[in-house]
Design a binder for this molecule. Structure first.
Ligand code: UTP
Length: 477
């Protein structure tokens, strides 16, 4: 084992040209195991890339300039869904096509759960968060049960591709095992781990140590999904199973209409390689990425990069010109993901200033109060400009978007907010089915009972009264 550890000199030879030799400052006091860990991490580093990112040599787009010449994206608005808008794809035609593809087993679900959940301040992986308003079901359970419910409805086994990161992987696997994968057959679950990126000091560009024998590393962003799908063998497995489309979502949003046949149908009938769900922004300041079209290519510009005067623009009807807010739910054509791996321009890194705890040269630990470091992340929506015929499909926010991001006390996106949104949706479904729900109680519907309003209507007798909190979970699965 010891012979596999590179000697200090060869590591120094790699680090010195980039001024990163401080990473070895505790080398002599490390046991062999620690030396092996650190040497491995150093071996993985792409130092020229990290240096160029720090020096700003990697081209960062001029978002303000791009936003000023952007136009709204090609989209199917909610009000046009039944007729199909300019694409002429009616709801009915889309549903039929979507159901056909789902029933043939061509659709898989891709769930990313590698984030660190820093804002939430929950000390376990976010996927384990007990969000069910009555049931305390975890986010992961809710997503898995939706996949199972869609499998049941379309009479096929829909595979789930679940992405973790080194910080969430082991605990997520344990959680799945302890709960028998919430009923998902082993053969239909593919768990894979995303890559990491180190962080550098904001002033000096020096890499930060988390411990004497290890670099500070964080997940490489949801854009890391593409490379991780390839390196894990998931793409090959999709080929073997005949999976052609992937329904992508992120673990923090329990309202996602997983496998929605209308969206999948629009995606297929329009020949789109990447279809995205969007909600209409309520105000120009909404903290959502903006779907725009620039030089015929679709793109998301983050709210922080979107100039105020462009966000404020309105059309002749007085509606926001740039209305389409991203909720990070997409349908990808698998072939497009494969192509994007081969294309020379891989996804760019975004740079963010963050507070990163690390070791000082004297070996003591510091937890900065102000952002002290640059982190580098890839974003999945940067695939958009490479997609052919991309389309945005508008959904009502209350039917698709309630992400768990923040600790209690924040105005939005807290557990309380998410639970309220879930309960309101389930009550709407019950009321549409002719049931009565007493005020100030919560009825939660498990996807095992019904996946959507249509299934609720099939199994609730009109006139049924709910006067106590209840968790509807009758097994159909
Ligand atoms: P966010 O950037 O909001 O991260 O990504 P987060 O972990 O939820 O929260 P903060 O920013 O640390 O407070 C949204 C979702 O994208 C996925 C996770 O599912 C996350 O919930 N994600 C993000 C990954 O899978 N990997 C990543 O590297 C980043």
């Amino acid at each position: 084992m010891t012979s596999a550890i590179p000697d200090k000199q060869s590591l120094l030879a790699k680090l010195e040209p980039y001024g990163q030799q401080h990473l070895l400052q505790f080398w002599d006091e490390l046991p062999d195991e620690g030396k092996a860990r650190l040497a491995h991490q150093i071996g993985q580093l792409d130092l020229p890339l990290i240096q160029s990112l720090f020096l700003g040599e990697v081209d960062q787009p001029d978002w303000a300039e791009l936003a000023r010449r952007a136009s709204p994206p090609q989209a199917v608005r909610l009000s046009e869904r039944s007729e199909g808008g300019e694409l002429g794809i009616s709801s009915e035609a889309a549903r039929t096509r979507g159901i056909e593809s789902l029933s043939r087993g061509e659709v898989g679900v891709l769930l990313t759960a590698g984030g660190q959940g820093t804002r939430l301040g929950y000390d376990r992986p976010k996927c384990t968060y007990p969000i069910g308003p009555v049931s305390s079901a975890s986010l992961l359970q809710i997503h898995i049960e939706k996949v199972l419910a869609a499998s049941r409805r379309y009479g096929v086994k829909i595979p789930l591709y679940l992405m973790t990161s080194p910080g969430t992987h082991d605990e997520t696997l344990l959680f799945l095992n302890e709960n028998d994968r919430f009923g998902l057959p082993e053969a239909d679950l593919f768990v894979f781990c995303q890559g990491t990126m180190p962080a550098v000091d904001v002033e000096s560009g020096k890499l930060l140590l988390a411990a004497k024998d290890s670099l500070f590393q964080s997940p490489d962003g949801h854009g890391g999904t593409v490379a991780a799908l390839a390196s894990s063998g998931a793409l090959e497995q999709m080929d073997d199973r005949g999976i052609r489309q992937l329904f992508y979502l992120q673990v923090d949003n329990p309202l996602v209409p997983i496998g929605d046949p209308e969206v999948i149908g629009i995606h297929l009938l329009a020949g789109s390689e990447l279809t995205s769900l969007a909600v209409a922004k309520q105000t120009p300041q909404d903290k959502l990425g903006n779907f725009v079209s620039i030089d015929g290519r679709q793109q998301v510009i983050e709210y922080s990069d979107f100039p105020e005067e462009v966000a404020e623009l309105r059309d002749e009807q007085g509606e926001l010109k740039f209305w389409a807010g991203s909720i990070a739910v997409h349908v990808f054509e698998v072939e497009m993901l494969k192509r994007s791996l081969c294309e020379s321009h891989t996804l760019p890194f975004h740079i963010a200033r963050k507070k990163v705890p690390h070791l000082l040269p004297d070996g003591s630990e510091v937890s900065p109060k102000e952002p002290n470091a640059l982190k580098f992340e890839k974003f999945i929506f940067d695939l958009l400009p490479t997609a052919r015929r991309p389309i945005v499909v508008e959904f009502a926010e209350e039917d698709c978007f309630a992400p768990l991001k923040n600790a209690p006390g924040a105005p939005k996106d807290t557990a309380e907010y998410v639970q309220e949104m879930m309960v309101e949706q389930h009550h709407r479904w019950l009321q549409a089915a002719g049931a009565e729900v007493a005020e100030n109680i919560s009825v939660e519907i498990s996807p095992r009972f019904a996946l959507d309003a249509q299934e609720v209507a099939e199994c609730i007798t009109p006139g049924r009264v709910f006067s106590e909190p209840e968790y509807l979970v009758d097994e159909r699965l």
